[in-house]
Design a protein. Structure first.
Lengths: 703, 209
């Protein structure tokens, strides 16, 4: 279909596939020759994931984008936690949910497990029957909270502050695991007072030596060991030489004051004593202490969802949560871990880059800046064309007006989808895509410890084509057809059978076709054995230098989070400018009948579903003259949404909670995407969906 | 007494109100637009997911609600034509659409409001073809219908679709007359309630609490 009226006017003309493909190919060729490869951009989401599907920039579409060296618009969603975890651990927190049976305590952080990640609930419920205690930290009384043995309601965005307070309590009461801290973290490393860096043997006059060649750089690694205070010899020693490193020591070496990393951390933690932060965090002191004690009871899994990381302090949330498990030593064993129940199966990546060229990541949160300046990392970066697949940014990403600002400046937009989404509405050319049941694919996802086949049930209906076929047609016309003349079968075989992980477990496409689903064997616990792939194998309780997830020239301080410390959210915090004007914290939850906006037209699900609404504590509602079930306007500087108010005591006073995933036409006016913010946290470069201040008032329709 | 009395044990500590059972039932039985045999109720506040009490002293449980397939049903006695009757081999309370005259006496007699529905009009569907199991009787205008305990599956030795569909392991199916059955075992070990016991219907759905 191609647009014939203004963009968004709803006037369309049906065209043939031939016309659609040659229109796209001509435009793309023209832009590439005039403005360079980067003028073509690709935006994907998680609407269709598989090996042949374009979500996660995989499939033949992903291959095309790499061959043509597109700009890949990084969607900046749900990535902050892993950034902070990475600072501390140099790896991701990947766990197998079935290990929950070994947990004595499961603490859910910003995770309405039973509503958002249903597949994880049964293993947790099974564990509970065998004595695991479930604890939920959530401002609101989620369904998970209703199932929990203990529910702690805190102020939105205060999770890192609460965690720091737990750490302070645990250390003050001598409940921390000193052996673990010395053996598996850099807590005993000495830190220089002049520049905050970890003291190294070269600082003591010992020349660094060369280690094995780093396979990535081709250069030998430099070995310059960090230094600890060795109590055995009462002297400074290399960490791997000392026999009795200590956690507490300050020492002046040739006029330079040195402290253990641990002492610096403990000093910072004094700012977070329960009595000091109780009001800000909105949790009574006795509950903070109770939660701290629970953290010391056997194997604790601090299990995270996506809410706590959706604030400006999202990466710090990941950082401090790992640190909490480090100080209790509850990490690296089945059931004793931190992070979500993620597992990944790494496919053969080479399949996606047959020419060795790749796309370039440009974060969506910086896209308006790129459009304004025409530059990215100092280079000319004119973006002229956009291809959207498996995504509906207009109603799923944050800051509608911000999105529209860059969207409207792109000359030629193609959206490939199977539903008429809000993003389709604003396209120039629409391609109807086949459903997942209309093509064979292999499914694997972080959400479950399996790899499985998704069988083809029927031929694509009507004129729909699979994403792979669309990529093939485009490739031929763009002169790169030679890399796309492989069948789906060949593609899948190469992607799976040649993946190192598949070889290790003898997983093949043939086996998948026969067995349908194959369980992914271990390692099922993050940081197994307390080993971290850092320079020393120890976790960075002290993060000497940190890097942002994506560096696109933004200002950031690589030393800002050396010791775990609290940074307030951007908007959703009592001291913020935004909250002075808009005093309510606006949060979202999942709608049980949709996966983002997928299935919005499904009538079966609509029967058990809701309409757009906002949940509000009756205290806040009555104060504002709002009645239950009436229309209200939720608003801030960026925009508004007009929906029904639902009184609910589940909601913490001061909070507004909305089930997300609606299309624009379902609202009385506006939409949630209008209210959310695209403020880019410079380190995580992640969308802070929850970090939103708003207010609410009765809706009076203009005559 | 029926030879067997099939029934359900539903663990309210596990049920998270996800509605998977409800949707699976809708598809398996090709239910028409607006008809739901398996509803999820909330023992909480006024709306689907809200809790009972005042913040922060709250509680919430979901109660999946289907025909209770009572051992002593009120509906069968009320039906003037024997269209709703107790099946001798399974203990299921059945509804014969061909015999039903649409008088809705069963609906009035049943204390479990909402488990039955009446097709005022010719049933309409989302899909233009029937979905679910081919052996499900065709839905008719002017008859009463309700959960059949997936009778079409029972006769093949299978369990109702809602059991398999439950994401939480909250629904367990079995023969309440068999002392060795898992359902009997569950209710002997755990605290449970039956709905409206004072009505003397002895429902075959037990809710673990
Ligand atoms: S499927 Fe299971 S958990 Fe979901 S509503 Fe039904 S009984 Fe409850």
């Amino acid at each position: 279909m191609k647009r014939v009226g203004e963009r968004g006017s709803g006037e369309w003309e049906r065209i043939s596939w031939d016309e659609a493909i040659s229109t796209i190919a001509e435009k793309w060729k023209e832009y590439r020759s005039k403005y360079g490869n980067q003028s073509l951009s690709f935006y994907w989401g998680s609407g269709a994931t598989g090996q042949l599907a374009p979500g996660n920039a995989t499939g033949l579409m992903g291959r095309l984008v790499n061959v043509l060296e597109f700009t890949n618009i990084d969607y900046c969603v749900d990535l902050a936690m892993s950034v902070g975890v990475g600072w501390v651990s140099a790896s991701g927190a990947l766990n197998d949910i079935t290990n929950v049976k070994y947990s004595d305590r499961v603490v859910l952080w910003g995770c309405s497990l039973s509503d958002a990640w249903w597949q994880f609930w049964k293993p947790v419920a099974d564990a509970m029957e065998n004595g695991t205690r479930l604890i939920t930290v959530d401002p609101n009384f989620s369904t998970s909270a209703s199932k929990s043995d203990l529910w702690i309601s805190n102020r939105p965005g205060s999770d890192p502050l609460l965690i720091l307070s737990l750490m302070q309590y645990i250390i003050e009461h001598d409940l921390h695991n000193k052996d673990f801290l010395i053996g598996h973290t850099n807590a005993s490393f000495m830190v220089r007072s002049d520049n905050g860096k970890i003291l190294r043997m070269s600082d003591l006059g010992q020349e660094p030596t060369e280690g094995p060649v780093n396979p990535y750089t081709g250069q030998p690694t430099i070995i310059d060991p960090p230094v600890v205070w060795d109590e055995e010899t009462s002297s400074l020693q290399a960490w791997n030489v000392a026999t009795k490193p200590t956690l507490h020591k300050n020492y002046v070496h040739e006029g330079l004051r040195l402290d253990t990393a641990f002492d610096l951390v403990v000093a910072e933690l004094q700012n977070y004593k329960a009595e000091k932060i109780t009001e800000l965090v909105g949790v009574p002191v006795d509950q903070i202490e109770l939660l701290a004690l629970e953290q010391t009871k056997g194997n604790v899994w601090n299990l995270t969802g996506m809410a706590s990381q959706a604030y400006k302090n999202g990466a710090v949330f990941g950082q401090v949560l790992v640190c909490l498990n480090l100080i209790t030593g509850s990490i690296g064993r089945p059931g004793a871990t931190v992070g979500a129940a993620w597992r990944f199966f790494s496919m053969n990546g080479a399949v996606l880059t047959p020419t060795g060229t790749t796309m370039t990541n440009v974060p969506v949160l910086g896209l308006n800046q790129v459009m304004d300046s025409g530059k990215f990392k100092g280079q000319d970066w004119p973006i002229k064309a956009l291809y959207v697949a498996a995504a509906n940014p207009v109603s799923c990403a944050a800051d509608y007006h911000g999105i529209k600002s860059w969207w409207d400046r792109i000359e030629f937009i193609v959206v490939a989808d199977l539903q008429f989404t809000d993003s389709v509405k604003y396209a120039d050319l629409v391609l109807p895509v086949a459903h997942a049941l209309e093509t064979e694919d292999v499914k694997t996802s972080g959400y479950f410890p399996f790899i499985g086949i998704s069988e083809k049930a029927i031929e694509p209906l009507f004129e729909a084509k699979t994403d792979g076929d669309i990529a093939r047609l485009l490739a031929e016309q763009l002169g790169v057809g030679e890399h796309f003349r492989l069948s789906n079968d060949e593609f899948l075989r190469d992607r799976i059978d040649n993946a190192p992980a598949a070889k290790a477990q003898n997983i093949t496409l043939d086996r998948l076709r026969k067995e349908k689903d194959i369980y992914l064997e271990g390692p099922g616990t993050a940081f197994e054995g307390g080993y971290f792939p850092t320079e020393t194998g120890k976790a960075n309780l002290y993060c000497e230098m940190v890097a942002p997830r994506l560096n696109w020239g933004q200002d950031f301080d690589p030393t800002a989070v050396r010791v775990p410390r609290f940074f307030p959210p951007h908007e959703s915090w009592p001291t913020s400018e935004a909250m002075k004007k808009y005093p309510m914290a606006l949060m979202s939850e999942r709608l049980r009948t949709r996966w983002h906006t997928n299935e919005y037209e499904n009538e079966w699900l609509a029967e058990i579903g809701q309409e757009p609404l906002v949940k509000i504590n009756p205290i806040d509602a009555v104060e504002r003259g709002i009645t239950d079930g009436s229309l209200v306007e939720v608003f801030n500087d960026r925009g508004h949404a007009v929906v029904k108010a639902e009184f609910s005591d589940n909601i913490r006073p001061g909070v507004l909670l909305y089930p997300k995933s609606w299309q624009q036409h379902e609202f009385k006016a506006g939409g949630w995407t209008e209210l959310t913010s695209s403020f880019p946290d410079p380190l995580a470069v992640n969308t802070s969906f929850m970090d939103v201040a708003a207010d609410i008032r009765p809706w009076r329709e203009e005559a | 007494m029926a030879e067997k009395q099939y029934g359900l044990v539903v663990d309210t500590k596990r049920c998270v109100g996800c509605h998977s059972c409800s949707v699976a039932c809708k598809i398996e039985n090709n239910l028409s637009a607006g008809v739901i045999w398996n509803r999820i109720l909330t023992n909480g506040g006024a709306s689907m997911d809200s809790a009972k009490g005042t913040f922060p002293n709250l509680s919430k449980h979901y109660i999946p609600m289907i025909c209770q397939h009572c051992a002593n049903p009120a509906c069968t006695k009320a039906c003037p034509v024997g269209a709703t009757y107790k099946d001798i081999t399974t203990g299921a309370v059945r509804q014969d659409y061909d015999l039903c005259i649409g008088c809705r006496m069963c609906m009035a007699a049943c204390p479990y409001t909402g488990v039955r529905s009446f097709n005022w009009e010719e049933p309409t569907y989302t899909m233009d073809f029937a979905v679910g199991d081919i052996n499900v009787p065709k839905h008719q205008k002017h008859v009463v219908e309700k959960c059949t305990l997936c009778y079409h599956k029972l006769s093949k030795g299978e369990e109702p679709i809602c059991i398999d569909a439950c994401i939480s392991g909250a629904r367990v199916f079995g023969d309440l007359n068999d002392p060795d059955d898992k359902v009997v075992n569950l209710i002997s070990k755990r605290k449970y309630i039956q709905l409206l016991p004072e009505r003397g219907t002895n429902p075959s759905v037990y809710y673990l609490v």
